[in-house]
Design a protein around this ligand. Structure first.
Ligand SMILES: [Zn+2]
Length: 152
């Protein structure tokens, strides 16, 4: 959650740029449908939703509506192991970072990366990081789970 809150405060959305006259409109550049705001980007935007759907499929998080705060608490209470929860937390942070990254590419470089590409990049970065900080003691079940998410 720390990451989510930090992003929340750091976000300089187009809304603000419009107010100070740097931009003429504050349409979300990722979906080109709604106005950009923090709540739109996380996670009402079609672009973000597409990313979330891919991650849900990847991590088999079928019961979760989104990865929003309420679901986050549910995850903490779920029967998943500590290791799995930690992995999901890292993926969640990676997702927020990636959406914000994609949004900045759209604003400053006028390039909108496809959600598939953004998610693929994020997965690679997250898995690399996780392999470096892997706890030595994980159960066979966790090991199998981690092998599966690496191969998908
Ligand atoms: Zn949008």
């Amino acid at each position: 959650m720390i990451c989510w809150l930090a992003t929340h405060h750091r976000l300089r959305t187009l809304d603000l740029l419009v107010k100070i006259g740097l931009m003429e409109e504050n349409k979300c550049l990722l979906c080109d449908i709604d106005e950009e705001s923090h709540s739109h980007m996380f996670f009402n935007c079609q672009y973000s939703i597409q990313c979330i759907e891919m991650i849900k499929k990847w991590l088999h998080l079928s019961s979760m509506q989104t990865l929003l705060q309420r679901q986050w608490i549910m995850l903490q209470r779920s029967r998943r192991t500590g290791f799995q929860k930690r992995v999901i937390a890292v993926v969640f942070s990676g997702l927020i970072y990636s959406i914000w990254w994609a949004r900045n590419k759209a604003v400053w470089n006028q390039v909108v990366w496809r959600p598939e590409v953004v998610v693929r990049r994020m997965k690679q970065a997250v898995l690399l990081r996780l392999k470096m900080v892997m706890p030595q003691k994980i159960s066979t079940r966790e090991k199998k789970w981690f092998e599966r998410i690496q191969s998908e």
